[in-house]
Ligand binder design. Sequence first.
Ligand code: PGA
Length: 259
Amino acid sequence: MAVGKHLIIANWKMNLTIHEGSLLVHRLDESSKNHRNVEVVLAPGFLSLQSLSLQIDHAKYKLAAQNCYWRDEGAFTGEVSVHQLRGLVDYVLVGHSERRHIFNERGREIGRKVQAAVRHELKPVLCVGETAMERQDSETNDVLHDQLVSGLANVTSEDMKHVVIAYEPVWAIGTGSNAIPQDVERAAEMIRRQIRHMFGKTVADETPILYGGSVTSDNARAYLDTQGVNGLLVGGASLHPEQFANIIAHAHKSLTAKK
Ligand code: PGA
């Protein structure tokens, strides 16, 4: 995805049945338009991917998986591999803070998932962000550095064309206490600096960086207008079709206003 376009991802998490998800997309369709400068991605639970892929207009929406396993196949009960997702989704979330903190995913494993995604030509959305405690201890930059180094290990500059980074401070996710745009700008700058260090300026300039954490239709525009931010990863608000449609409209207007 080229920078100059906004990427808006709906992370439904473990919500909605297949039927409810289908209804939500139907309602979203009624309230949102297709904008060439906005890529809208839906990340439902695994069970909904197949039916939504038949339902959606692929020019209007892309699909993402919320997680994946890095091995292609084998005795890994309960896991879904990138190899199995190929052809069904364009994107895959990797290292979401709920995966890191509830399911104990570690840097090395997250890095392997990123590598598996690019190997299978899916776009990994590598999620990074500090906890409240780490923020309090002024460790944000160190945490972002470590998560980027392990998450992007063995990834080439060529692979980076498909990688998206989502900055999601853990304390802002699902809490209603969203980060202030100045902090997001600083974090995005730090992330780009680290990518420049690892892959060079061109890659750093072209890597989309998203913000996520208690985004609503009321605060979305402020992030979309923030320097260095190329889109949003939306959890709770993406379960409300009118609200999510407004966020999409904000993304379109934000880029149109910049012209
Ligand atoms: P939230 O979730 O918008 O509900 O805070 C964001 C996310 O976890 O991706």
